[in-house]
Design a protein around this ligand. Structure first.
Ligand code: DC
Length: 223
């Protein structure tokens, strides 16, 4: 078992876990893994090569050989900057479909584990604590009400100059949550060993502090 510490942050779509995880990583000087982007990239790669989302073997092949790079906050697929393209609603829906395929999840497993580099890793997704890093030093299940998450997402899209409809967003979000929670492999759920962080009434900074306090107490009891 690796001694390099991992903080696993799991939770539903648009819960703010990406923002919180990236800030925690920055404060600790740790590496950061946004595992959802790998499912999004797989979905985009499939769409671009005309592979249907439910062709499990073909999608897993694409996932395994994904020509993806992360550089300076940008996401590159096969040489093209797809940072915005992977955040579209269409890509979000396709990502949730490909993420339900067991062979695709297996194809991405080692790639995710390779992010565990010194001095530590903050990994966020749906199964970081349950499957990818079961020996994480701290596991957090970060959530917020569906309404608060839809509102946050609308704000983000408007800031990016994209149009957004709260009702459609809320419905899509609830559909994705249901699919992510109902799938047979690595469903989205809070593990018994995870701390619950309910952020509906918290600021980003309060959520970050809460994670850091939990983490420091675990880290110090080890050293
Ligand atoms: O976190 P996100 O919204 O970028 O994730 C995109 C999709 O990928 C979402 O439907 C859930 C899925 N996902 C997953 O199944 N397992 C992960 N570790 C991360 C994301």
């Amino acid at each position: 078992m690796s001694q390099i510490p991992v903080i696993a942050i799991d939770g539903p779509s648009a819960s703010g876990k990406g923002t919180v995880a990236a800030l925690v990583a920055q404060r600790l000087g740790y590496h950061y893994l946004d595992s959802g982007s790998l499912y999004r990239l797989t979905a985009l790669a499939a769409a671009r090569s005309g592979v249907p989302c439910d062709d499990e073997a073909a999608v897993a092949g694409l996932a395994f050989a994904l020509p993806a790079e992360f550089a300076g906050g940008r996401t590159i697929l096969d040489g093209e900057d797809v940072t915005d393209a992977i955040r579209s609603e269409a890509c979000s829906a396709d990502a949730s479909r490909v993420a339900a395929l067991p062979t695709v999840r297996r194809a991405l497993l080692e790639r995710q584990r390779a992010y565990r580099q010194a001095p530590g890793l903050v990994a966020e997704g749906r199964d970081m604590g349950s499957v990818v890093f079961p020996d994480a030093l701290l596991k957090v299940f970060l959530t917020a009400s569906a309404e608060a998450r839809a509102e946050r997402r609308v704000k983000q899209l408007i800031e990016k100059g994209m149009s957004a409809n709260i009702h459609t967003l809320l419905r899509d979000l609830q559909e994705r949550d249901a699919r992510d929670a109902a799938r047979s492999v690595a469903p989205l759920q809070k593990g018994a060993d995870a701390e619950l962080l309910e952020t509906t009434q918290l600021t980003i900074e309060q959520a970050v502090q809460k994670v850091l306090v939990w983490y420091r107490s675990r880290f110090h009891s080890l050293h």
